[in-house]
Each structure stands twice: as C-alpha cells, then as structure tokens.
Design a protein around this ligand. Structure first.
Ligand code: GLY
Length: 422
C-alpha cells in the first residue's frame, strides 16, 4: 500500500520504521520528512493541505498518518475526509483539546473529569485575584494556544505567577497564543503518558509510558519535548489503569460526542497520579515524542493495522497484542537544546559488533539532514537510541550501549532515563 506520513521528527520516523519492518512492500511518503526518512521512503513537499490531498489521490495513498499537532489543529483531517481519503487523526474541532488549553479545561470541568482547579481568562485582574486566593505555591501558568511545548510555567511565588500572567497577556511572550491564560493549582505526584487509539465507536488503550521532560539528570533544567522514556511502567497497577479508563478516557470521548466533536485518532492524556488518583494535566491529540518511539517496538500485533483500522472506523476488529518486553528510549540532542539551535555537525556511528546492540536496539532519527549521503545533526532533538529487553534495566543498558556508538559534536543526553523504577 502507499502510505503518507505527515511530520518530520523521530515519532514519524518510528511509525514508518514499524510499518516497514512488518511489510517492506509498503511504499511510504513523508511530508516533509527528514534527512533519514529518505532511507525508509520518499520525502515530498507541498504548499498546503489542499495541494497535498490532490497529490494523495493521484498517488493512490491508502492511509495518511498525521504525526504533529499543528496540522491537526489547522484541520488537515477535515480536508482529507471531505475528499474521502482515509486519515489517522482528529478533525479540527476535537483537535482543540490540544489547540486551546482553555477549551480543554472547560471540557474537563463540564464532564466532571478530574483535573487541577483553575481559572481561565483574558482579564489580568481575574487571573491575579485567583492567584491571591491560592493557598499554596508553586502555581501553574499556561498560555492558551500552541507554544511548541514552552507555554507552561511553574511559578514558585505568587509574584512570579502574576508577572508571567502579565507577560503572556501582553502578547510579548507567546504572541496570540498567550492572550488567554490559564492559572491552575500545582499537582505533586508522578506523571504518566497514556494513549487511547479511538475510532468513532470504540477505543483501545496502550501501555502507559513515563517521559522525562527536563533537559538534565535528576529532572533539572528547563522543560523540553522529552529527553527519553520507558514503557511499560510498573508504577501503574491495574487499579490506576482502570481508573484512567473509567474516570478519564471514557467520559472524555462521550463528552466530545455530546459536543458534536467526536474524537478519532490518538488521544494522549498527560496524567498526574496523586495518592493513587489519576488527574488530567493535559490532553494532546497526537502521539507523544519520545513516547511513540518507546511503545511501537513493543507491538506484537500489526502497527499498520492499528492505524488503518482506526482511520477506517474498524477498530473493534483489532486485537492488540504487546510483547512481554520493556523498551527504553534515550534522546540525543544538540549542545544548546532547548535554548537555541546549533550549527549542523556530522553524525558518525561506529560499526556495531555487539550482538545485544545489533539485535535489541535501533536509532530513530529526528533533527537530521542528509548531505551527499552523510547524516548531519541539525539541532534540537537529533535522534533517539532505543533498546528493548526482558527487564527495564536490560532495555536501558542496551539503549545506553547504543548511545556510546553514536557521535556528533556537542551531543548531549540524560544518563538517568527510567531512574524512577531502577
Ligand atoms: N513527550 C511529550 C510530548 O510529546 O508532548
């Protein structure tokens, strides 16, 4: 089949790799892809989604998979569905669950889904009065719109929270994305990423993943898109998992139907577990990155079929089977990530002689370009080294062994992925 993947990161690379590993006959196109996706398929460029859907029809694309949030929030799925093209992802209206944090919080409130207490407003006085009334710090201040993962501030004092509110509302900090602001209570517990694959009639939950958002070991330094992850996590027992399904996923999907905004695709719930109770931090409407790269290697059932059956509303006939292994991913990023980009620098990978690395690990490429057949790190999150094993420790050791074989100037990585459970 011909398959189109929209996006250019490690997430999109890993989806393509999983599909190709199952069946090398599939022909994969990327819009726009990166310097390494050309080894899995063909990169294309189009001006807009209208042009893309015409191209997809001409190329006989049987399935389009959308990786990142921006095209979903922009309405790519609405356009493809108008043209009867099978596409994996939510329409523009349900994508507001990620596109507008105010919309998301109001859905949570309306359908009694557990979340931190909050106020959302464009009015500085309302936001600051709420801050004054808060019994404790820290205080969470969020910009309403998409800010590339930078729109959430944990303020350690009431004054800092008020300053952040003023900065966001002024438009100086995040432009229009910050002119509506959410102030909410800080939750202390452990964080999980939970994914539900949803078609119009049913959903399938995947094993929980734990991401590592801060750039430095010991969860220090600024937030990033994610520096590594592991799955499944033993921090989640059956009771917590069932509560996530019953108290969060089901009422969310039922609520979205009542809003005439039926959700399809992958619902990514950022959960904080506080004293055994799962509470929603946020929704995203796409796979997490590096979570996606960390779950897909654990599939025993077909990854392609999961996407295809979801996009064609046939999820009930899909039997999810996961291996009994664990997976750990370690992100290698460039020197100045997440502050600024870096000059391109060549990536050198040693010859792999170690049997464990050769059998149980692989690389997923993200911020890379290709020049004359050589790969260059182009800044940000460059690539992920991914290991699988019979235990989390085995998977982690294999992933780190692979990291030792990969070199580029200024390479940076966390050395403590999965520390919570090892
Ligand atoms: N790793 C978190 C995210 O993709 O938003």
């Amino acid at each position: 089949m011909n398959i189109l993947i929209v996006g250019q990161g490690g997430r999109e690379y890993s989806i393509a790799k999983a599909i190709k590993d199952e069946n090398a006959q599939h022909k994969i196109f990327f819009m726009p892809g990166n310097g390494a996706t050309v080894n899995l398929g063909e990169n294309i460029a189009t001006r807009d989604y209208d042009e893309l859907v015409v191209w997809a029809k001409q190329k006989d694309i049987a399935l389009t998979i959308v990786g990142p949030e921006q095209p979903l929030v922009d309405g790519i799925c609405d356009i493809f569905r108008l043209h009867n093209q099978a596409i994996f992802g939510p329409n523009k209206l349900p994508a507001k669950l990620e596109g507008s944090k105010a919309y998301m919080k109001n859905i949570l409130k309306k359908y009694n889904i557990p979340t931190a207490s909050f106020v959302e407003s464009q009015d500085q006085k309302i936001l600051c009065d709420f801050i004054d009334d808060m019994p404790t710090t820290p205080i969470v201040v969020k910009a309403d719109g998409l800010c590339g993962g930078k729109g959430v501030i944990i303020a350690t004092s009431k004054q800092q929270a008020k300053d952040e509110v003023a900065d966001m509302l002024s438009g100086k900090k995040f432009g229009d994305a910050g002119t509506r602001v959410i102030v909410e209570e800080f939750l202390d517990g452990f964080e999980l990423s939970v994914f539900a694959i949803c078609d119009k009639d049913s959903f399938i939950m995947l094993p929980a993943v734990q991401d590592h958002k801060r750039v430095g070991d010991g969860d220090t330094g600024p937030n990033t898109g994610g520096m590594g992850a592991y799955s499944p996590t033993p921090l989640v027992n059956d009771e917590i998992y069932k509560k996530i399904e019953t108290n969060i996923i089901k009422p969310t999907l039922d609520g979205m139907k009542k809003e005439n905004a039926t959700f399809t695709g992958v619902l990514f719930v950022g959960v904080m577990v506080v004293c055994g109770e799962p509470i929603v931090l946020e929704y995203n409407v796409r796979f997490g990155d590096p979570e996606c790269e960390t779950i897909l290697p654990l599939f025993s059932s077909s990854v392609f079929e999961l996407f295809y059956k979801c996009a064609t509303n046939d999820l009930r006939s899909y039997q999810l089977k996961m291996s009994d292994k664990f997976c750990v991913s370690v992100v290698m990023c460039s020197k100045n990530y997440p502050y600024k980009s870096d000059e391109p620098t060549q990536i050198i990978i040693d010859r792999i002689d170690d049997e464990d690395i050769a059998t149980n690990s692989h690389i997923s490429y993200a911020g890379v370009s290709s020049i004359d057949g050589e790969l260059f790190a182009t800044g940000g999150r460059v690539l992920l080294c991914i290991g699988t094993g019979a235990t989390i420790a085995d998977a982690r050791d294999t992933a780190y062994k692979l990291c030792g074989q990969v070199h580029f100037a200024g390479k940076k990585l966390r050395t403590d992925i999965a520390y919570q459970v090892i």
